[in-house]
Each structure stands twice: as structure tokens, then as C-alpha cells.
Design a protein around this ligand. Structure first.
Ligand code: HEM
Length: 375
């Protein structure tokens, strides 16, 4: 188990020793992880044919998640978030998870990938289920394994029967697989299923819930955010990264050693399962002064490990930042000066990979003077 910033960072940089090919679950690679981007490595000399190459897989989607591509989504996502949050603010109280955190990524990722609207909430449930299978057995794990087969089958049908919107990333991935090139149909299914739906939905649901809880727990930081928002100061963009450092929504991952590895004088035998604790590293006092405090704007926050690092650093990071900022900006624009969580009614979600909530009622307080809205 690696827990220090220094050791985690070094392991993530050394994919040849700390390989992802064994999957990113505690147990030896479950079948549902076969061919997903995160369970692959760059090709090595001597690899047998058919071993997926990380570079081939990631290239199929990377362009759709670049800063420039995500910036093109900014206007529509912000306008829509402004309207959604406006309704919640008018209501005065709402369940953060059901009314907001599930709604935003389901719509944003759904539109980006081109998923059929009718099925989107089902995908969000499946994504949570898939994530729950990554770690030690959780209370829901036994009930979800069979649903994953159904999910892959569903994605296969979408790709085969033209169920994905033509302009979406999903259709582009399937069409790349049908052309001459390194991608197979199985790769396309794994990418749409694993890299877009599973990786892109449940993580952000948790992030958005934690974003409001941070604003509730640290009112001074929320005051600063509102001031930055009012003056158009980009300093507020650092909120998401401090959140991902502080809360580590995806707090752990796994690697398998390909050879004997040495960490700080300790020997890890070859073919060992290594637990990588992003969450612990993000609170490492040797790396982060006042590590247990939420301080927006801290020095070097972009180097946190809440989005991983190295070869497998999160491709959805710019989208996750856009979704979080769009939502927080909307609350600021609607004049929300305080959040009060109803903790007695909150329900923690038993999930082995993503830290989050199933339910978190919240009440908002409005400031008296109404400033002009900035979308
Ligand atoms: C706040 C939300 C998110 C968090 C906390 C998060 C966290 C992470 C982490 C920690 C990793 C690295 C895991 C490892 O190396 O073991 C990762 C990788 C990845 N993430 Fe995210 N993620 C988020 C949002 C997204 C979104 C929105 C998408 C896509 C729509 C996405 C797609 C991916 C993919 C495809 C990878 C694998 C990249 C590779 O293997 O090269 N993530 N994410």
C-alpha cells in the first residue's frame, strides 16, 4: 500500500513497473474491466498481438476532452446550469444528489457522448454499480455484478443499431472502430462503456455533492468564491482542484508490479497487487501544508493526485472542472450566500471506489441585495 505523495507520484510515473494491465480493482482483473482504457498500458516490445495499447485507446477520445473541446461546451453547459440552479434556489431546499449532482453529469456527459435520453439515469446507476465492484466487497457488490453484463450488451446494441446520436463522441468511437485502424468493435464498446459512462458519471455526481458541502462547511471560502465570481476573477477556478485534493472523491486505485519494486527501502515482490492511496497522498503533510484544511488558492494545488497522475491521468478533468464551476457560478449568480446541509437526513453511499452520498438535503440562504447575474 502506497500512501505518501512522493511514493504514489513515483509509482504512477513508472507504468512499466506498476502496471495497470491487471485492472484497477482489488481482485485480479474482473472480466468487466477487459479492454477499458484504465486497465491498459502503452505497448511494450514483445507484447503478444491483441494486447490493447493505451495510446491507441486514449487517442480515440482524447481530442473530445482537450481544453479547447471542453471550452466549446462552456456556454451551453453554463446557461443550462444557471437555469437548473435557479429552480433549486427558488425552491429554497432540495436533495443535492437527486436534484443536482446526478442531473448535471447525466445531462452533460449524456449529450457529449450522444446517449439516448430515456436511458441516461439507468446509465448513472450502472456507473455507480461498476465503480462499487473495484474494491473490497461492498454491501451492494453482490447485487450488481450481473447488471454489468447487461450494461455492456446495451452499449453494444447502441453502437450496432445507430442508437447513439451521430454528432456524439460515442458514435465517433464506433465509427473509428469500423474504419481501418487499430480500434476493434470490442475496444469501442469498452471505451464507451468504461471510459465515458462509468468513469464520467458517478465521479462527477460525487464531486458536485462535495462541492456544495465544502461551501457549507467553509462559509469563508464560499464568501471568497462569491467575491471572485462577482469580479470575474479566475482565482475561483482553483475551487475544484482544492476540492479534489481535500475530498479525494476517487481515493484509491490499484496496480500490479511487473518486476521486483523498491519503495523507500521496502521490497515489493513481482506480481504483487499494490494499493495506491490518492486520498492519503493528497493529505500528506510532507507535501501539503495544513493538509487537513480546505484552502482555495493554495500553492501548487493543480498537482494534487485526485485525478491520478502520469499515463492514466484523468481525461475528463476539464469537463469535471467545467461542470463544478458552472454549478458554483450559478449558485453565486443567484445570490446564494449560505448552504445549510440537513445532516440527519443524509445517506452515505456504500461504494468501494467513489466517496459520495446517496442523499444530502440542503437549504440555501439568499443575500438581500440582488446583484446582476453573471452566467
Ligand atoms: C471529479 C470527477 C472525476 C474524478 C475525481 C476522476 C478521477 C480519476 C482518477 C483518479 C483517474 C486515474 C485513476 C488511476 O490511474 O488509477 C481517472 C482516470 C480517468 N478518468 Fe476520471 N475522474 C473524474 C471525471 C471524469 C470524467 C467526467 C470522465 C469522462 C467523461 C473521466 C474519464 C476518465 C478516464 C477515461 C480515465 C482513464 C484515463 C487513462 O487511463 O488514460 N473522468 N479519473
Amino acid at each position: 500500500m502506497l500512501s505518501r505523495d512522493r511514493d504514489v507520484r513515483a509509482a504512477l510515473a513508472d507504468w512499466e513497473t506498476f502496471s495497470s494491465r491487471g485492472g484497477l480493482s482489488l481482485h485480479p482483473r474482473p472480466r468487466h474491466e477487459a479492454g477499458v482504457i484504465i486497465a491498459s498500458d502503452p505497448r511494450r516490445p514483445g507484447d503478444p498481438p491483441g494486447v490493447p495499447d493505451h495510446g491507441d485507446l486514449i487517442r480515440a477520445v482524447a481530442g473530445h476532452f482537450s481544453p479547447r473541446a471542453i471550452a466549446r461546451l462552456s456556454g451551453p453547459v453554463r446557461a443550462w446550469a444557471h437555469s437548473l440552479v435557479g429552480d433549486l434556489v427558488s425552491a429554497g431546499s432540495f436533495d443535492t444528489v437527486a436534484a443536482l449532482a446526478r442531473v448535471v453529469p447525466t445531462r452533460v456527459v449524456g449529450d457529449l457522448v450522444g446517449l439516448p435520453e430515456a436511458d441516461r439515469y439507468q446509465y448513472a446507476d450502472w456507473a455507480a454499480a461498476a465503480m462499487s465492484l473495484q474494491g473490497p466487497d461492498s454491501v451492494i457488490a453482490p447485487h450488481v455484478a450481473d447488471r454489468l453484463g447487461a450494461m455492456r450488451e446495451h452499449v453494444t446494441q447502441l453502437g450496432t443499431n445507430g442508437g447513439l446520436a451521430l454528432a456524439g463522441v460515442g458514435a465517433a468511437v464506433f465509427s473509428a472502430a469500423d474504419n481501418d485502424g487499430p480500434l476493434t468493435r470490442q475496444d469501442a464498446i469498452s471505451i464507451v462503456w468504461g471510459a465515458l459512462i462509468v468513469a464520467g458519471l458517478h465521479t462527477t455526481v460525487a464531486a458536485l455533492t462535495w462541492a456544495l458541502l465544502a461551501a457549507a462547511t467553509y462559509p469563508y471560502q464560499w464568501d471568497r468564491y462569491r467575491n471572485w465570481h462577482r469580479s470575474g476573477d479566475p482565482a475561483r477556478l482553483a475551487w475544484t482542484d482544492e476540492l479534489l485534493r481535500y475530498e479525494s472523491i476517487f481515493p484509491l486505485g490499484y496496480r500490479t508490479t511487473t518486476t521486483v519494486a523498491k519503495v523507500d527501502g521496502y521490497v515489493i515482490p513481482a506480481r504483487s497487487r499494490v494499493l495506491i492511496l490518492y486520498g492519503a497522498a493528497n493529505r500528506d503533510p510532507a507535501r501539503w501544508p495544513a493538509a487537513d484544511q480546505f484552502v482555495v488558492g493554495r500553492h501548487g494545488v493543480g498537482q494534487h493526485l485526485g485525478l491520478g497522475d502520469g499515463t492514466h491521468r484523468c481525461i475528463g478533468q476539464h469537463l469535471a472542472r467545467l461542470e463544478t464551476t458552472a454549478v458554483l457560478d450559478a449558485f453565486a449568480a443567484h445570490g446564494v450566500c449560505g448552504f445549510s446541509p440537513v445532516e440527519q437526513q443524509a445517506v452515505w453511499e456504500p461504494n468501494a471506489a467513489v466517496r459520495g452520498w446517496s442523499r444530502f438535503p440542503m437549504t440555501v440562504t439568499l443575500r438581500e441585495a440582488n446583484h446582476a447575474a453573471r452566467i
